[in-house]
Design a binder for this molecule. Sequence first.
Ligand code: AMP
Ligand code: TRP
Length: 355
Amino acid sequence: MSTSTSARARRDSGAPATAATTVTPATTPRRERVFSGIKPSGTPTLGNYLGAIRHWVAEQDIYDNIYCVVDLHAITVPQDPAELRANTRQLAALLLACGIDPERSALFIQSHMPEHSELAWILNCVTPTGWLNRMTQFKAKAGADREAASAGLYAYPVLMAADILAYQTDAVPVGDDQRQHVELTRDIANAFNYRFGATFVEPRALIREVGARIMSLDDPAKKMSKSESEGSYISLLDPPDAIRKKIARATTDSQRTIVFDESRPGIYNLLTIYELLSGQSREAIEAEFASKGYKEFKAALGELVVTALTPVQARYAEITENPGQLDALLARGAARVRPLAQATLRTAKARVGLI
Ligand code: AMP
Ligand code: TRP
């Protein structure tokens, strides 16, 4: 759906869909802007870190960065209010602990910026339900009883589009599971631009080949997710012993060789984590474990993960000692980018005829 719809709309409109002069003065060449979000639906996992957060941190000097804790997305499925409140602040603190630098990146909480919801409503009204019916994540999350899923869960990708489009975002660094949602965002931007005139930049997904899909430790056919069972994921706040135990128990297979072979998903997943955290080449890793067994490999991987997460956990403890400072920082993050969202919303409202 994505390319054909976008391409057709662009051709027919004859207008460059990327013009957004209301927001970005044409005279100041700007860095590409990235926007990404993460749900506060539990403590983030090693999958979130390797698939997304790590890249956000590493590339802060390349882009103009906006990162958001998307609490409005979390409530598309039932949440305990007190837990949601705690998880939202915990996630913001963890992003800082992982290395998001508030000087270089704007970090804020989605619900503090009502412009997202307002823009989402307008976008809902230009999004055909047929497009939403094709979203695989909705089908997976709604489960067998689709009639019982909330309208919010169904419209979730449109809110995500609003998050992204509000800031005239060029690129969206995400894990592989979000590819379809970013494509839908492009389609929505294109449909709006075609009907009402150039308003939104059409963003592209930034997805890295390795690590974009870290798999569950106990079922390597599923992605690692904080909404699954405890033993299936490593949380960024797991104590060292829990990390070692979970890795020791991870599902592998009955073969013996330690090689990168995609047809052996359990060991392939563990090797991928090793590759990303060690920075070594696949050849070097295979050579290192050529005469060793799963037990030794898993012990080495456990140490690698513990070594990677220990400094994050130490910084997290420091940050949470001062909640007032965290609140102030999040308020500053929102204040910094609010004018962008307001300008986009104003343009969209004017185009539609609301103002
Ligand atoms: P979420 O926790 O679903 O809000 O996801 C936040 C970010 O982490 C998104 O960019 C996801 O694509 C990414 N992500 C989530 N789970 C994984 C995983 N198992 N492997 C790689 N990336 C992931
Ligand atoms: N839907 C994303 C996820 O589940 C989170 C998200 C919400 C997001 N808004 C976004 C990601 C905007 C990138 C850009 O992971």
